[in-house]
Design a protein. Structure first.
Length: 167
């Protein structure tokens, strides 16, 4: 079992605000996943102890645990395509899914149609294929044993969704 219970109260406060500001149309199951992940983060905290912590024993996560982060509650700064091109590899022929402060930006994204491949954002995928998302979300990157994954799962709102058909 991992050791270290560095769970800054600011994350718990931010979570309450985050949950209050979420749109009401989301399914109950995703709220339950968030709640369970937050509860697990409260138990696990950040893996700051080296002893008994095999996955993180060679990484000093103390500075991350001690740093102050906050959830970007507003829609985000104005970001342009030029801004993105200045910091990331870019080709106009690539499929590009852009998120600004954790929220999908259709204006900055380029979805290239490919037979048998669906690319969209998680929020839209939950509306269109909620049963598929429910079967897979938080099942492959599980939050039960890792504080970072638990914290990330607790604050999940959107993300990239790529589905490749069989065959």
């Amino acid at each position: 079992m991992p050791h270290a219970l560095a769970t800054p109260d600011s994350y718990l406060t931010d979570f309450r605000t985050f949950e209050t500001n979420l749109p009401d149309e989301g399914p109950d199951w995703i709220r339950e996943v968030r709640q369970q992940a937050l509860a697990r983060f409260r138990e696990l905290g950040f893996p700051t102890a080296r002893r008994g912590n095999e996955k993180w024993k060679y990484t000093n996560v103390g500075p991350i645990a001690d740093a102050t982060f906050s959830y970007p509650f507003d829609a985000g700064a104005e970001v342009t395509l030029a801004d993105i091109r200045s910091i990331a590899p870019w080709d106009d022929g690539w499929a590009t899914v852009v998120f600004v402060n954790g929220r999908y930006s259709p204006a900055l994204s380029t979805i290239v149609a490919v037979d048998g491949v669906q690319v969209t954002n998680l929020e839209e995928a939950v509306r269109a294929d909620g049963d598929v998302i429910e079967r897979h979300l938080a099942r492959h990157a599980t939050y039960e044993a890792d504080g970072f994954t638990a914290l990330n799962t607790a604050f999940i709102r959107d993300g990239a969704y790529v589905h490749v058909s069989e065959g």
